[in-house]
Design a protein around this ligand. Structure first.
Ligand SMILES: [Zn+2]
Length: 557
């Protein structure tokens, strides 16, 4: 299959087919590339009258031209594989071309395909390559083609020019002036950067660049001849800046170059977060820039971002996307004024899994705001009051365990963007603290430790209220410069665990047992269980399978 514009078309077309081909080429010229590639557009083509020979099997293959093959992509010529390419399949159906299955689906029963099979499978109808996996087949075919010097492997890029100029105020000025005598004159490096005027009208008028109406910016002198010149008034696409902003962010005050090479230990970026729609474009441009800078020897890494996380969308209270026309837009400024930034932030994190987002809820945010108020009440209590009472050692142990479990959960959840469950665990811990306070069952030192760790865990979630409470609990500014608290797995371990007892693989009982129970003791307890006894009575235990901390399986017969 050739692109209609392919230079070989004129040579290949036969006399009988010439009229049809000419008409088709004419039509294709009038169709935009986007339409030609669209999956919506019907795939069309026309036979040239000529055949190519598949050198691997000597078979003749009809040569078509089709507008979904582009001259700008690869060589403008492709081998159609109707059975295993969606567009080729549609094309073959339309022009009644044979659809020969050459990669058999794993569970293929030999019947015809109703759509292209694009998955993995085994080579079939492929002569010497039959029985290979499709990956092995591709490798073997490419190797044979190269061995016979019929061709070689290559990587095709679909590189397009990028028009970087925009008719906007906001953007990096293009450092070029126009002189009637000298023509286009680049601004010399020592004159950079060209700064945007601060007194410009920057609302687009629809009539060229807004900067063109700013005479003080527009009119300048030529860097070559000193005569009158005009500045370029288009600015660059903002992707031109955002594609490498992470290099600048790590060294904002650096004046010797685009970024401070000494700051590169921060790079590449560990974690990229953004909305999926924006991120697709930005990642494309940014990766391209970084690969270019790498080839130029300016950075020593090829990928700018190591990990990607797309956050979800906050919907309106009606579970629909927020939009003015639906009237379901929530103005965050108003909510911040009413309930505080921490409540808004905390609610957004609590609304659902971060990658899914969820609907805004008046009830929900009020609940979160009330919880923050309760946190305030708990934290500002006077811990010394606790020491007037009898301490319950079990309550202290339970509280310490709860603290270490909460730190572990919170740390791991925050690390995985599971903000909602991190907040849940903080809520549970706050409930625990409330309970032991009411019982006055723990000592003030344990309480203080719990409150301090609790604030540190809550700090990334509710930064303002925790800063205030940090100070009120006698700590020095700032909570945001402290380490996240660490946990001890031993202290976090449960005293007891639930041991599942199976007989011949079926669950027959669940026992609460000490956490560190040994196999022999676990087996003894399992055999002593009345529920288990009904299944083991009169039988002999042939084997015991023990999964520490989890399960005992008695194999009886
Ligand atoms: Zn000049």
């Amino acid at each position: 299959m050739l692109a209609p514009e392919h230079p070989l078309v004129a040579d290949l077309v036969t006399e009988e087919q010439r009229a049809a081909v000419d008409a088709y080429v004419d039509e294709a010229r009038r169709t935009s590339e986007i339409d030609r590639l669209s999956t919506e557009t019907e795939k069309t083509g026309v036979f040239t009258g000529s055949y190519a020979v598949n050198r691997l099997n000597g078979e003749k293959v009809p040569i078509y031209i089709g507008d979904y093959v582009l001259m700008t992509y690869g060589t403008g010529a492709v081998m159609g594989v109707p059975a295993h390419d969606t567009r080729d399949f549609v094309f073959a159906q339309k022009y009644r071309l044979p659809v020969r299955i050459v990669v058999a689906p794993i569970s293929w029963d030999g019947s015809d395909l109703t759509e292209a099979y694009v998955g993995d499978g085994f080579m079939t109808n492929s002569g010497a390559y039959d029985g290979m996996t499709d990956d092995e087949g591709k490798e073997a075919i490419a190797a044979d083609i190269e061995k016979n010097k019929w061709g070689s492997r290559t990587v095709s890029y679909r590189m397009r020019d990028w028009l970087v100029s925009r008719q906007r105020y906001w953007g990096t000025p293009i450092p070029v002036v126009y002189c009637d005598k000298c023509g286009i004159v680049p601004v010399p490096e020592e004159e950079l950067p060209v700064l945007l005027p601060t007194d410009a009208e920057f609302i687009p008028t629809g009539e060229g660049s807004p900067l063109a109406s700013n005479a003080a910016f527009l009119n300048t002198t030529c860097y070559k001849c000193g005569g009158p010149a005009r500045r370029e008034t288009d600015t660059m696409d903002t992707f031109f800046d955002s594609s490498w902003y992470m290099l600048r962010y790590i060294s904002p005050g650096y004046a010797e170059g685009p970024f401070d090479p000494a700051a590169k230990s921060w790079l590449p970026v560990d974690q990229y977060t953004g909305g999926a729609e924006h991120a697709v474009m930005h990642l494309l441009y940014s990766r391209f820039f970084i690969k270019g800078l790498h080839d130029m020897g300016i950075v020593d890494f090829e990928e700018p971002f190591l990990r990607l996380f797309n956050q979800g969308i906050i919907l309106g209270e009606d579970h629909e996307k927020m939009s003015k026309s639906r009237g379901n837009v929530v103005n965050p400024d108003e909510v911040v004024n009413g309930l505080g930034a921490d409540a808004v932030r905390c609610f957004m994190m609590f609304i659902g899994p971060w990658d899914q987002g969820g609907p805004w809820s008046e009830v929900g945010i009020n609940g979160v705001a009330r919880w923050l108020n309760r946190v305030w009440d708990i934290v500002i209590r006077e811990p010394d009051d606790l020491d007037n009472n009898q301490v319950d050692p079990q309550a202290v142990r339970d509280t310490t365990r709860s603290l270490h479990q909460t730190i572990r959960r919170c740390h791991n959840d925050l690390d995985r963007f599971k903000f909602n469950t991190a907040i849940s665990s903080l809520m549970e811990f706050a409930n625990h603290l409330n309970r032991v306070w009411a019982e006055a069952s723990i000592d003030s030192a344990t309480w203080r430790q719990c409150i301090e760790s609790f604030l540190l865990m809550l700090a990334p979630i509710a930064p303002h209220v925790t800063e205030e409470l940090w100070e009120r609990t006698g700590h020095a500014y700032s909570i945001h410069q402290q380490m996240f608290p660490s946990w001890d797995d031993d202290l976090a371990a449960e005293d007891t665990i639930t041991l599942v007892v199976q007989v011949n693989g079926k669950v027959r009982d669940k026992l609460e047992v000490p956490a560190g129970i040994e196999e022999a003791a676990a087996q003894e307890l399992a055999l002593a269980s009345p529920k288990v006894k009904t299944y083991t009575e009169g039988k002999s235990v042939n084997k015991t399978i023990y999964v520490p901390g989890r399960l005992v399986n008695l194999v009886v017969g």
